[in-house]
Design a protein around this ligand. Sequence first.
Ligand code: ADP
Ligand code: MG
Length: 270
Amino acid sequence: MEGASGSLLEVRDFAIRYGKKQTVQGVGFSLAPGEVLSLVGESGSGKTSVIRALLGCLGGGGTICGGAALFEGRDLTQLSEEAWKKLRGRELSMIFQDTGAMLNPVRKIGSQFIEYILLHTHSIKTKEEARKRCCTLLGRMNLANPESILGAYPFELSGGMRQRVGIAMALAFHPKLLLADEPTAALDVTTQAQIVAELLRIVRESGTAMILVTHNIGVAACVSDKILVMSGGRVLEYGATQDILHSPKSDYTKKLLASVPTLGGRRYVE
Ligand SMILES: Nc1ncnc2c1ncn2[C@@H]1O[C@H](COP(=O)(O)OP(=O)(O)O)[C@@H](O)[C@H]1O
Ligand SMILES: [Mg+2]
């Protein structure tokens, strides 16, 4: 089901405050099913606040103090906790900079992942079936030996592998929308590029829409259909990726684009 406008998500005039301090205002954008939007902007510009607010989990006493976020026509800002429980993880899912750190350190990956699958998938009834499903999901994230991953504790895996496990879990139920907050920022550059490529392949294959928060406008240019540039809690620029790359309006966006390194004489974003 889609909203009246045909979009999966329609954010209008969003405003967020922490205590008396209003930190986000007038943020609006829309996302069609399967579309990828990148949120770009300096640290403190409000990117994390926007996507946490969408998922109903603002920290630090933050509240949404204006606007609406229509997900298939339903306003996420008005949902009951009960309604959220049905949506989170299933229709909307989120990955963080260190999603792997959310794994319980004293339990093997397998027991956590299998329990997660059994709890949420009515069609899977036995541990054996759930284990097979976990292996398929881990394989999709290019994790070569899923059985050994399931038998490992989180600390036995590298940061990149843990993050791949976290992403596999977030995508387990084919969410319609994935919110990814700098999902590779804690990893080395090569691993970052691989994981972003894997993530993009999976969301494209499964038709999952994604909002990707990234510092790197070069990455945004490569992966997204649309880009929204934020500064000081407001939208500085928003539009189709090609338009932003070829005719950026704000000086800030121009500066970001100019800072993208060139590779063999060609800019990464071209
Ligand atoms: N937990 C919090 N408590 C109080 N203020 C916060 C909290 N998180 C964010 N803020 C405020 O919101 C602003 C934007 O933060 P954030 O959304 O994390 O930006 P970004 O993800 O772009 O770095 C911060 O500068 C700060 O003023
Ligand atoms: Mg952030």
